[in-house]
Design a protein around this ligand. Sequence first.
Ligand code: ADP
Length: 418
Amino acid sequence: MTTILYIEDDAGSQVLVQRVLAHAGYDVVLASNALEGIDRARKNPPDLILTDINLPDLSGREITVRLRADHRLTQIPIVALTAVTQDEEREKAFVAGVTGYITKPIDVDTLPDRIQEYLQGRKDKADTGTLAEASRAYHQELVERLEANVRDLEASYRELRRIDQIKDDFIQLTAHELRTPLTTVYGYTRLVQTSPVIQAIMQQDSDVNTCLTGLITAIDRLHSVVNEIITVSRIASGRVDLKPGPTSIREVIEIAVTAYTPVMQQRSLTLTYNSPQWPPQFFADMGLLELAFSNILSNAIKYTPDNGTITISSQIEDKEVHVSIKDTGIGIDPAEQPYIFDRFYTAGDTQLHSTSKTAFRGGGLGLGLAICRGIIEAHGGRIWVESECCDEEKMPGSTFHIVIPLQIELSKPTPPDG
Ligand code: ADP
């Protein structure tokens, strides 16, 4: 059956033309905007394309230019629907490469015959006298539309940045507001924990003991969650406040490793140190470096299946400390590598992701590496990844490299997505 792709945004015309052509024995495929039409034509090239000239996203001329660039569609008749009064529009359509045109309002009695003529090879002639002028007008129109689109995109981008900023501020404000009363509650729980009178009551009464222990544990957790939100939202939005002090990278890594040792044992993951050459103490923010290394290690655990190996190497190169964390996990597709340090970017099949920080393919929000980059760059350092590919059968593994100067100049970090 002969297939006609009809690109039209007006619902009334869609119904009318489809009925008339279907009645004449054609199979009519509808597309209600230009991009949908282009996609349909590329996926299943029809025998003829009938397109309205004025569509909201791209014009019928732009559709024609786009489709003619596809070698399978160079010979397909493309017929433009134009208003009777649009002489200039029609000439521009010829410049773009249409085969012919049918004027609107459509004459339903003659439409099937006209379509048949185009299918049999009819080609309408442009008025060559005005073609050069039409060509100029057409190119002018393209540039104007391009300019308008770029301006729109710029405006949307600015608006998105503004909304993103509002969201960041809101998160931070909320977390700060929560922290103030929480600090008081947290202080009282500390008092409760240390008060001999309360301790004596807790020992005597197991119900009181259960209640207070539960309360203290929950408040401890809430306190650290709120603090984590404040730190994470500041770092992820590029605002890192370094509190530098004497720092030992060896200690930083040992603290991160100790926190994950039980889970590594549970998942039968082996941790090895590859002849590490630990640097002397240097001036850095030890707490934030712990957070960075802990995120990388957590990822190495998350993306490596049970029985894998994680290798940590460290050496001093040119007044810089270079630490690498290598795993035997699923690896990262090179096409995704430039983006994994962006905020909220998660590579691979995100549907498989749960929120566990340590289960295989546990996944997360895509903030961990943005935080790492924020911290490392605030120290004047660099972070990058090497991985051959992502393959859950071969397990090519990934190696994350972190380089930090031993003489840190406290510079401004790059904004996370910039
Ligand atoms: P998430 O919280 O989702 O793990 P991250 O910012 O830490 O977010 O990491 C971003 C993405 O990078 C992850 O979704 C994951 O696909 C990929 N990734 C990070 N580390 C590894 C790794 N060691 N092995 C394989 N993929 C990784």
